[in-house]
Every structure is written in C-alpha cells, then in structure tokens.
Ligand binder design. Structure first.
Ligand code: ADP
Ligand code: MG
Length: 723
C-alpha cells in the first residue's frame, strides 16, 4: 500500500467508525459500581478481624507504623477477596524514575509437590517485593551489578483489581528503593513530604489554640488535558508513535481561531469513550467528576474530585493508563504529550493543591473576611513565602523536553513562577505590609437583569488563566505541570517547601511572649508580605512587560529545561529536602541527572524520527512530484506550448533546502559533546533548532506538493476527522 493510500484508508476508517456499546448502563448505573474493584475501608471492615482493621485504619489515617504481625492476616483477606473476583496474579505497582508506572506480576499459584497447585499469598509477599532494579534509571546511584531493589507496600493507598478480557490482577501500590536504601521512585518523597507537612502544620494549629488536631494531609485534584485522534491516523505517523508529537505538519486551513472548541458539544464517539473510561475509573475508586472539550480541536479534559495527595497521585496514573487503554477500544489514540501539534494549544495538568484535615477543615479556606482570619493568613503567607523562595524549583519540577514546547508559548504560563492571589487577597497583602489589615474587598452579587434568572453570588476574585500558580478560592492551582507527567514530584516539592515555610513561621511564633501571640502574628505577616510580595502578580503573565517586570523583581526566568534543571539539586533545594527527610543530596543530584539524560534521549529520538521521516517519506514523495513537474515541463516545451517552470523551481528549491538542513542536522548530531549537561545543552541549542529548520522546508513543501503524493496524515485530517 502506498503511503498516500494509507492516508485515504485512514480517512475511510475514521469515517466509517461506529461505536459498539459496551456498558450495560440501563441495567446497572455505573455510579453503583464505584469502588467495586477496590480493597477499600468497607471491604476491609467486612473481612478483617476487628483489631486488625482498627490498627490498619490507624496506620492509614495517621501514618503510624504498621504492625508487621498483621501483614499475614491482611494478605489472607486480600487473597480471598481477589480470588473471589477472579484474580490469578498479584502485582507490586510502583513508579520508578522513568516517570511512568511499572509493575511486576506474580501468580498466586504454588505447586503442592504432589502434581497439583494451590493459591498462596503471604504477608511477606504483600509487604515486600524484589524487582530487579538495574534496568530502571538511578542517576548513577547504583551500578548495574548492584541489581537488588525492593518494593514496599504503601498501606495508605488502596489495593485494587486490574481487569482485562482474560483475567484479573490484584494490584498493590508500593514504594521502590534500592538495596542500599536509596529512593528510586517518586512515591516515597510524596509520603515523606506529607509527613513533614503534617508535623509543621500541627505546630501552627496548636498555636491557634486547637487541641483536637487530626492528621493534616496535602490534598490534590489534577485536571488532565489530552487529545484524542483517530488511531488510523496515529498509526500512519511514526512521529506520534515514537515521540508522542508531530515533528512535521503544515498549519491546517482552520485552527482554533473560531474559539468554538472550548466547552463545545462533545462528539458522540468521544462521549462514548468518556463513559467507558469513567465507568472503569469508578470501578477503581477514582472519583472523576468533570469532563469537557478543551481549547484546541480534538482536545478534552477530565478532572476528579480532590483526594489525599498520595492517593490522588496513584489515581492520576490510573487515569492516564485507563484513558490510553480505553481509547484504543474506540479506534482512538489518547495523546498525553504536552504539545502534539504545533500551532494549536498544548496540554497541561492543572494541579490543584491544598492542605487540611478532618478537624480544622481546609486550611486554605479564607472565609468571607480573610483579613480577620489570621489562621488562614498564616497558611497563605506560608505558601507565598515558599513559592517566592523556591519558584525555580517549581519550574524545575515540571521541566522536560516536551513541556518546554508548551511553557511560555502564549497558551500556558511562562517559565517565570509567580502567584495570582486575586483582588481581595492581594489587597489584604498590601494592607499587611503596613501592619494589621482592616478590611476585605466584598464579593457581592450580580444581577443579570432578567427576572427569571437567579441573582448570582459573585466570587471575590476573578480568574486568571495566565498565571502559573493561582489561588482559586480555597486552594492553589499549579498550572505549569505537564500533561504527561506524574504529579508526584511536583506534589512532593509543594509539600516540602510549604513544610519549610510553616516551620519558619511556627519557630518564630512559638517564641512570642504569653498574651502577645496576635501581635507576633501580625508582625510576622507584615515581614513576609514585605519580603515576599514580589512573587504576587495578578496581571497578564503572557505579556512582554511582565517578563521585564519579573526581571526587575528578581524572579528567575528559567526558559528551558536546561536552565531549570540545576535547581533540582541547588543549595536551597537540598537544604529543604534534607531538613525534612524527603530526599538526600545524592538522591536529588541523581534525579537531576536522570532528567538531563531523559531530555537528551527524548530529543535524540525526535532527531532520529526527523531524519527517518524526511529521508524515507517526504523526500521520496517530493522528488516524485519534482519529476512529474519536470516531465510536464519538458513535454509542454516539446509540444510548443508555453510553459512555466515556477512551481518546478519552487519545489526544487524546497528539496534543496530540505536536503541541506538534513545534512546540517547530521553534522550537529555527529559532534562529540562531552559531559551530560553539555550534551543536553547541545540538544537544546543546536539540534532542536536544526530539526525545526528541516521542518520548515518540509511544511512549506506540504503546502505545494500534490496531495495524493503526501505521505503523512495532515493536521486537518488528524484534528478534524476524528469525530
Ligand atoms: P476550577 O474550575 O476553579 O478549576 P474546580 O472546582 O473545577 O475549580 O476544581 C478543580 C479541581 O480542584 C478539582 O479536581 C477539585 O476537586 C480540586 N479541588 C477543589 N478543592 C480542592 C482542595 N481543597 N484541595 C485540592 N484540590 C481541590
Ligand atoms: Mg481549574
């Protein structure tokens, strides 16, 4: 099949796709199956002896140490429950530093020595696994010959059943460490940072006179953006298959200029896909709530109700995996890359974050008169101070080759980390600089001028979509997070820097003389407002002026990953992470180096693809067209018909440019650059721009070459024929 007929076949496949209903939604309401595949509190209570249940619940709720003698009892109950649901295997699921989920499956079966077998699952098998660690990135922490790694059961995230057409596997969320005890995953730092946050937040709550204080947890609600395109197009694009983004493609005649996508009617096939993914996620106990069309054509969003941050992070991984799997059943491919298509909006993950507990509630809830709510102001000031001191870290935590295409591209926040507080709170912070605040701007109501419409309560602050870190009512929204990335590391960073801020605040306030706490709080808030308000910015983060203003304010502008990554192991980062026992210097340096390596690998794969696609697909197609034009020109000339070589020349020049830029790319790639950082810089400063040069010539040719010869599905086809 020629490439172009592959394209028409893909168009036909997309056109003739018909959804086969899979859900028995009339017989069983999907919501009724919520948590059906989860070994949750209800199941535990029903299946475990009372004392074991109570002890386990305490560990889950307070983070206390698990009594090892209980493991056998829990394992037995888990096994029975899993077998009743058809499970044959169990898997320790972990998140190594590859950024994706890994799992090692084992069968429950044990030979009985008499030719038969029985199902077994011990406490030891539940609590500890031993996957070979040598094939996962360690950033030089571990040599290949030191292969041993351990997974350890994370009691605080529930076990669940993963179901396929042919069987069921019991999944056990785990942490992953090396034989030497070095942390090799992204979950462990989340758990440790949550503990640190709890300890420090309690000190503040105690100061405010609370005596009954439940464990303070970080909460997270990640909004996930993604693209869905017809899988037939995906399969005809090697760049999408191997790099997740298109490396070629001329702008389509229509883009997103009509602004008719956002919240538009969701296409039927996509809705059917959404129903099935949500049904599956409900079964897994993931509380997905919101879905809508996003700004770009074929772009959508899914958001859950927030949860304990560690569980939310596991659920987020499940959400991404489930969407990828279910999409294929609908003839679609779910693209989680941050910038699959140039020229239309990319995808991000807005990470909503707060902290709170069952006794004092959400600690970032301002109430209607925040200026009087000293406790809220202390927590809010804690965030402002943390983000001002560690803005670079929040940038570095979302750094990757793919997110670089999105950040600062007039659709996503710039690389400068600032905080949007909104009018009301910013005003309180301005007042704080001068001392005790006296008032809060009122929110009021809005009359729509139509009697039948309700009078709407108005929020105290507007939204600001351009801010990388925005206060949205009673939580902060970290918007620079990448769509394809695990939220764990960004979460651990937020928790850690917040713990550091709260520690600073508590240490000062605990020294206040008796009866003078309120004055001490106001004085400290004034100090923080004076020192750290530079990070507050409510204006347009996309504007040129802000870049200048931010520089004046001394805020870092770490444009590329290469600029940002050093912060992962900077003096300030190491100090905070080591002080709260989240990660050591060695572990942080390892993580930084893995990011550099991943950056290089990602761009290298893309460069391979550019070379391959340009040489084996585009050049053959365009030279065929060139020959056709040349024949035509010669034939016309021979026939004595007036002929014009303009198009032939244009195509020939394009081909020439394409070949030359490919040669240049080869040359850049053959240079030997020594050292990881230098190599990453070379990829960033030399190879990426040269890839773009190749693309420029290819895209220009796409616009003039005969369509039946063009070998790749076009932007128009991929973005608009996927319905
Ligand atoms: P918005 O429209 O302002 O983005 P939503 O109410 O739709 O706000 O919430 C977006 C996400 O924020 C949801 O996933 C929601 O569960 C989450 N969220 C709400 N409150 C909190 C909180 N206290 N902590 C963490 N996430 C929260
Ligand atoms: Mg939001």
């Amino acid at each position: 099949m020629s490439a172009s007929s592959a394209r028409s076949a893909a168009i036909a496949a997309a056109n003739y796709y018909r959804v086969t209903p899979t859900l028995q939604y009339k017989a069983t309401h999907t919501a009724a199956t919520f948590g059906a595949a989860v070994f949750n509190e209800r199941v535990m209570q029903a299946r475990l002896p009372k004392s074991v249940f109570k002890s386990l619940k305490k560990t889950i709720e307070t983070g206390s140490t698990l009594d090892p003698s209980m493991a056998d009892v829990v394992a037995l109950a888990l096994k029975d429950w899993a077998l009743e649901h058809g499970a044959t295997h169990y898997a320790h699921v972990f998140q190594p530093l590859t950024g994706i989920t890994a799992e090692k499956h084992d069968s429950f079966l044990e030979p009985d020595g008499r030719g038969g077998a029985f199902a077994e699952f011990t406490g030891k098998q539940l609590t500890q696994g031993e996957p070979d660690a040598s094939s996962f990135p360690s950033g030089g922490i571990r040599s290949t010959f030191e292969a041993r790694g351990y997974t350890a059961w994370d009691v605080t995230s529930p076990c669940y059943l993963q179901q396929t057409a042919n069987g069921v596997t019991l999944c056990i969320p785990t942490a992953f460490v090396s034989w030497t005890g070095d942390v090799l995953d992204v979950k462990t730092p989340v758990l440790r940072s949550m503990k640190a946050l709890d300890v420090q937040a309690r000190r503040i709550l105690k100061l405010f006179g609370h005596s009954n204080i439940a464990t303070v947890t970080a909460t997270a609600g990640p909004e996930q953006e993604y693209f869905l395109i017809d899988r037939s197009f995906y399969l005809a694009r090697p760049d999408l298959i191997s790099a997740g983004r298109t490396l070629f493609g001329a702008r389509p005649p229509k883009g997103q200029e009509f602004e008719d996508q956002y919240f538009g009617v969701i296409p039927e096939r996509v809705q059917a896909f959404m129903h099935e993914s949500e049904a599956e996620l409900y079964r897994l106990g993931v509380p997905v709530k919101t879905r809508h069309n996003e700004v770009a054509p074929s772009q959508y969003e899914i958001a859950p109700i927030y949860e304990n941050a560690n569980v939310a992070a596991d659920h987020q991984q499940l959400t991404m995996n489930t969407m990828k799997t279910v999409a294929r059943k609908y003839g679609l491919e779910c693209l989680l890359h941050e910038k699959p298509f140039a020229g239309v909006n990319g995808s991000g993950k807005h990470l909503n974050w707060s902290l709170g507990n069952g006794t004092q509630g959400n600690l970032l809830e301002p109430g209607s008169t925040p200026h009087e709510n000293l406790q809220f102001l202390v927590f809010c000031a804690g965030v402002v101070r943390a983000v001002h001191r560690h803005g670079g870290l929040l940038r570095a935590m979302v750094a990757s080759a793919s997110n670089d295409h999105r950040l600062g591209a007039n659709e996503a926040p710039p690389a400068i980390i600032s905080i949007f507080l909104g009018d009301q709170l910013s005003d309180v912070f301005v007042q704080l600089k001068k001392g005790s605040p006296k008032s809060s701007k009122k929110s009021g109501t809005m009359n729509l001028g139509v009697d039948t419409l309700p009078v709407l309560p108005k929020d105290a602050g507007d939204r600001n979509r351009t801010s990388p870190f925005a206060f949205t009512g009673n939580k902060f929204e970290y918007r620079a997070v990448a769509s394809g990335q695990s939220i764990s590391s960004p979460l651990a960073a937020l928790n850690t820097i917040m713990a550091e801020s709260l520690d600073y605040i508590a240490s000062k306030l605990e020294k206040a003389p008796a009866g003078k706490l309120d004055q001490a709080i106001t004085a400290l808030l004034t100090e923080i407002a004076k020192e750290h308000s530079a990070v507050i910015f409510n204006g347009n983060n996309y504007s040129e002026e802000w870049h200048k203003e931010a520089a004046k304010r001394g805020l870092p502008n770490l444009k590329t990953s290469i600029d940002a990554l050093p912060v992962l192991a900077s003096k300030e980062t190491v100090a905070a992470y080591e002080k709260y026992g989240v990660l050591t210097r060695r572990e942080l340096e390892a993580r930084r180096d893995i990011c550099y390596e991943q950056y290089c690998k990602a761009v290298n794969v893309e460069a391979n693809l550019v070379t391959e696609i340009a040489r084996t697909k585009i050049l053959p197609a365009v030279t065929r067209y060139q020959t056709e034009l040349a024949h035509n020109f010669a034939a016309l000339k021979a026939a004595g018909v007036k002929s014009d070589a303009a198009l032939l020349n244009q195509v020939s020049e394009g081909i020439d440019g394409l070949k030359k830029s490919l040669g240049k790319l080869d040359k850049e790639r053959s240079l030997h650059v020594h050292g990881l950082v230098e190599e990453a810089k070379h990829y960033c400063d030399a190879i990426l721009p040269t890839m773009l040069e190749v693309r420029k010539f290819a895209d220009a040719l796409e616009a003039i070459v005969a369509d039946d010869l063009w070998p790749l599905p076009t932007y128009e086809e991929m973005l608009f024929i996927s319905k």
